[in-house]
Design a protein around this ligand. Structure first.
Ligand code: DX5
Ligand code: ZN
Length: 216
């Protein structure tokens, strides 16, 4: 299991230091939540901040766009140093066009689905995706309860990925903690995003090690 700490729960006044801290603690990738106050009822930060953060780690930047019109900002996030860009199937942009923009920039593309969205919507694009992000909370805020009833979506997508001989990864995001990560691992999840579970404790290294151990 790979762990992607969600920086949404970090101390934004020392954003760079927080990245260094979770890098040293064993984070596999840095999950950066971009919210526009429109697609979700919350605001975070944009590409200029990511660009400034890029120098603090060599770990991949996993940029989760919770914005209504992702196609307008793909170039900015690619320039800022995103390695993976996830956008939502429920957004207002054209999925095909947005995927193409990500591919053209040589960034790894991912599609994200909210809890109410069927995994069927990603099937036409599956062969082109580096990752599918199955949300296990309603996007917008950290610290919510994990929705275990999303695991059939993970199992369904894993089967489809295997049947097509792909190596697409499955990520879950929301409510991952000591008491929920084993459920995700059992369903076949490859990458768990964890905000509160990593930043809500003083020892991030112990938290990440424990989360990984619980998957074995
Ligand atoms: C929610 C974000 C998540 C969030 C997860 O919309 O996409 O990445 O920070 O936080 P926890 O792990 O606290 O549920
Ligand atoms: Zn996220």
């Amino acid at each position: 299991m790979q762990i992607a700490p969600s920086l949404l729960s970090c101390d934004f006044s020392i954003f760079g230091e927080e990245i260094v801290r979770v890098d040293k603690a064993g984070a596999d990738l840095m999950h950066l939540d971009i919210m526009d106050g429109h697609f979700v009822p919350n605001l975070t930060f944009g590409a200029p901040i990511i660009k400034k953060l890029r120098k603090y780690t060599e770990k991949p930047f996993d940029v989760h766009l919770m914005i209504s019109e992702p196609h307008r900002y793909i170039g900015d996030f690619a320039d800022a140093g995103a390695d993976i860009i996830s956008f939502h199937t429920e957004c207002d942009s054209d999925i095909e066009e947005t995927l193409r923009l990500i591919e053209q920039r040589g960034v790894k593309p991912a599609l994200a689905i909210k809890p109410g969205t069927s995994p069927d919507v990603v099937l036409p694009y599956l062969d082109r995706l580096y990752m599918v992000l199955v949300m296990t909370v309603e996007p917008g805020f950290g610290g919510q309860r994990f929705m275990a009833d999303m695991m059939p979506k993970v199992e369904f997508l894993k089967k489809e990925i295997a049947a097509r001989g792909l190596d697409t990864l499955i990520q879950v995001d929301g409510g991952i903690a000591k008491d929920t990560i084993a459920t995700a691992a059992k369903a076949g999840v490859d990458i768990c995003v964890a905000g509160t579970a990593v930043f809500g404790t003083p020892d991030a290294k112990a938290a990440i090690e424990e989360l990984k151990a619980l998957c074995k």
